[in-house]
Design a protein around this ligand. Structure first.
Ligand SMILES: [Zn+2]
Length: 354
């Protein structure tokens, strides 16, 4: 094993560097992974560009990356379910305490979780990385490393659709056709949604959404009124949708989601934007529209892997660009400029395959 561990380190706002770090040793309940494929997330770019995301501020150098898969190269003494050579998908959030949230099965809400590439916790855009073995999930032979890395964004879609209550026959509005809007689309269709309409400013993104199974695409123009857009959604579907899943974090889009949804329906808020937003809350209240928050995911990895392995969900078209880890800064620049859908970084020098 090479003893160098090339890592993509964010030192502070705007200061992204590739540098060598020591290869870590796994603790008793950990595995050492040789990283294979890591997707670039919008949050990684936000930390690079702004040095913060919400309350999370970069104060010391941090390795980026959290949408990842790799190969087990060493196992801790207490690890029973994994062995050297296993290919795994990594769940980046790991509880540190047996608190009420963990007991209730909602461990994503625990305030003390470790989380890859959330300051100050290191991510896995590197050659070698250690992680809690309980949060590494073995991939079946027919699931590629890139599909393994895409289990993370797919998990966001599963958790969002669960929170929104998507079920057989649901009609769903998805606001935003970026990577998260697209995984919500894939999951909503797999969960039995009968009709999905998706919105975006970009006709290119909407073309991808159509390819992935969206029944209707609505092109939004800056300045369109939320009530007028809500009417367009109802006109397309023939009725108001039961559910709206908001993936942009943009105030006007949140307003559209509320106006669009049917009385008694649900609005799930996935997109992160400004801390304070103005929305038609009274309109929602008098129509008994439930507004639900969505934060990451919990208990989704086994489901997501099963859906990909069975072919019920196809995430492969989401990967539009690939760069070797050595070109990570260039890859981030592409992501910043909004190129493609999902950019994969290939961390294994000897295996750059999907
Ligand atoms: Zn992410």
């Amino acid at each position: 094993m090479a003893q160098e561990n090339l890592s993509l380190v964010l030192h502070s706002k705007g200061d992204l560097r590739l540098e060598n770090r020591p290869v870590p040793e796994p603790g008793p309940n950990e595995v050492l992974l040789q990283m294979h494929s890591v997707g670039i997330c919008g949050s990684d770019v936000r930390f690079w560009q702004h040095g913060r995301l919400g309350d999370f501020v970069v104060k010391k150098p941090m390795v980026l990356g959290h949408e990842a898969s790799g190969r087990v190269v060493k196992v801790g003494a207490a690890v029973k379910h994994l062995k050297v050579g296993d290919r795994v998908a990594i769940e980046p959030g790991v509880p540190r305490e047996m608190d009420e949230f963990l007991k209730n099965g909602r461990y994503n809400l625990s305030p003390t979780n470790f989380f890859c590439s959330k300051p100050p916790d290191d991510g896995n855009l590197c050659r070698y990385y250690t992680h809690s073995a309980d949060f590494c999930y073995k991939l079946p032979d027919n699931v590629t490393f890139e599909e393994g890395a895409l289990i993370e964004p797919l998990s966001v879609g599963i958790h969002a659709c669960r929170r929104a209550g998507v079920t057989l026959g649901s009609s769903v509005l998805i606001c935003g056709a970026g990577p998260i809007g697209l995984v919500c689309l894939l999951v909503a269709k797999a969960m039995g949604a009968s009709q999905v309409v998706i919105t975006d400013l970009s006709s290119e993104r909407l073309a991808m959404a159509k390819e992935l199974g969206a029944d209707f695409q609505l092109t939004v123009t800056r300045g369109d009124g939320p009530q007028q857009l809500a009417q367009s959604v109802a006109d397309m579907l023939g009725a108001q949708p039961h559910i709206a899943i908001e993936c942009t974090g943009v105030e006007s889009s949140m307003q559209t989601a509320i106006y669009a949804v049917r009385s008694g329906g649900v609005v799930a808020l996935v997109g992160l934007g400004a801390e304070m937003v103005t929305v038609p809350l009274v309109n929602a209240a008098i129509r008994e529209v439930d507004i639900r928050g969505v934060f990451c995911y919990c208990n989704t990895w086994p489901t997501a892997i099963a859906m990909v392995a069975s072919g019920k969900v196809n995430v492969k078209p989401l990967v539009t660009h690939r760069f070797p880890l050595e070109q990570a800064v260039q890859a981030f620049e592409n992501k910043r400029q909004g190129v493609g859908v999902k950019i994969m970084l290939k961390c294994d020098q000897n295996d750059q395959k999907p």
